[in-house]
Design a protein around this ligand. Structure first.
Ligand SMILES: Cc1ncc(COP(=O)(O)O)c(C=O)c1O
Length: 377
């Protein structure tokens, strides 16, 4: 897509958003209907288990600011899941989780090595730098969204003089912004580098559940046993309303973290509602059940796009995301049929599956893909 066309597309999207907002505010209902089933893993609702726990938590009076039984229970359950005595905090969203976690690892003169298109770099509006009072993010090239040991090493060694922001943290996204998953071997190789250069490891786990389901390993294997100091474990994208757990395996880093949360407006007064969803999701391994299903649906979608429409995935489909380069007429045709599918990193289209995705949803999309293909090959 040419840049002018992309701008038009974005303007259209923005306009639709404004119309939707204006209609919602005026009580009118003529909002253009968009099919957002694959637009993001944020377009799904709350899964029944999280919703049910939310309702259970809505009973009577409980102590505030995290001093309640739901918060205690959710934190204990996370300690059980990770099989270690970690420190757990709940915040409202991923940007806050990442920014505050990184801020606690860094002084203002430090730097964080991350993938060049990492969410912390491109999609958090400078919040990591803001909350750390100036810590710089150093974007490295990667392979299908994954940092490599040589790329980390190159930035760690680039300069050692006083004038360069001292590399202090490596940030890994698991699963990555491009839907790939770091293997145990890849994490071990990165750990060798972080140990060599005394770098902390932060993990943006907005889609951590999908990564664990994909790897089929115990969560401890891809976190503290792999050298992760702090994990931002996403609850929203696996079926909660809004909750992310900041989990410190390196407990020294958690010192006074609650003050950071409070100062950043992230200390929920009715914390039980940030915690309850976790109880619902962690009971009976619900989080992994849904993550496995979403991953299976993404693999199915990728397979059908390839076999029925000859559209190959641009990146390995390791988790719940499918990236495909859609020819312009196809993208336009799907848009006209109401599908909201976003162009993403590198200009390819991203289709996301979530706990709510069904085979019928995939069938619905494929029907339109094939119909548009037929009329505008
Ligand atoms: C890789 C990654 N990290 C973090 C987030 C969390 O962002 P938010 O602040 O919107 O919850 C997202 C959401 O899209 C994401 O894709």
């Amino acid at each position: 897509m040419k840049s002018g066309e992309k701008e038009n597309e974005e303007e259209n999207m923005e306009m639709r958003g404004r119309i939707a907002h204006a209609c919602a505010m005026s009580g009118k209902t003529n909002v253009p209907t968009r099919n957002t089933k694959f637009a993001s893993d944020n377009t799904s609702g709350m899964c029944p288990e999280a919703f049910e726990a939310f309702t259970r938590a809505n009973q009577g009076y409980l102590r505030s600011y995290g001093n309640d039984s739901w918060t205690q229970r959710a934190a204990d359950m996370l300690r059980e899941v990770f099989e270690t005595d970690c420190e757990v905090f709940f915040v409202f969203n991923g940007t806050a989780a990442n920014s505050l976690a990184l801020a606690t690892c860094c002084q203002s003169y430090h730097s964080v090595i991350c993938y060049q298109w990492a969410h912390i770099q491109d999609d958090e509006c400078g919040a990591p730098e803001f909350f750390s009072n100036g810590t710089k993010l150093l974007g490295a090239e990667g392979v299908h969204g994954k940092l490599t040991p040589p790329a980390i090493e190159q930035l760690a060694l680039k300069r050692s003089d006083l004038h360069y922001p001292k590399p202090h943290v490596v940030s890994l996204t698991q699963s990555t912004e491009l839907g790939t998953v770091y293997s145990l071997a890849e994490l071990a190789a990165i750990r060798d580098v972080t140990a060599r250069y005394e770098l902390y490891t932060h993990m943006d786990g907005a889609r951590f559940a999908y990564a664990v389901a994909s790897l089929g390993v115990a969560p401890k294997e891809v976190t503290w046993k792999a050298g992760v100091d702090v994990l931002c474990f996403g609850g929203t994208k696996i079926g909660m309303a809004a909750s992310e757990a900041v989990i410190f395996f390196n407990r020294d880093l958690a010192k006074e973290f609650e003050y950071r949360c409070k100062q950043a407006g992230q200390l929920g007064s009715k914390m039980r509602f940030l915690a309850a969803g976790w109880v619902g999701m962690l009971e009976n391994g619900v989080w992994l059940k849904y993550a496995r299903e979403a991953n299976r649906h993404a693999a199915l979608l990728a397979k059908r796009l390839k076999t029925e429409a000859n559209l190959s995935a641009a990146h390995p489909v390791d988790a719940n995301a499918v990236f495909v380069e859609l020819p312009r007429p196809l993208a336009q045709g799907l848009n006209e049929r109401g599908w909201e599918i976003h162009d993403f990193i590198g200009g390819v289209s991203r289709m996301m599956c979530s706990w709510q995705t069904t085979e019928a949803d995939i069938e619905e999309l494929m029907r339109d893909v094939l119909a548009v293909r037929k009329s505008a090959p």
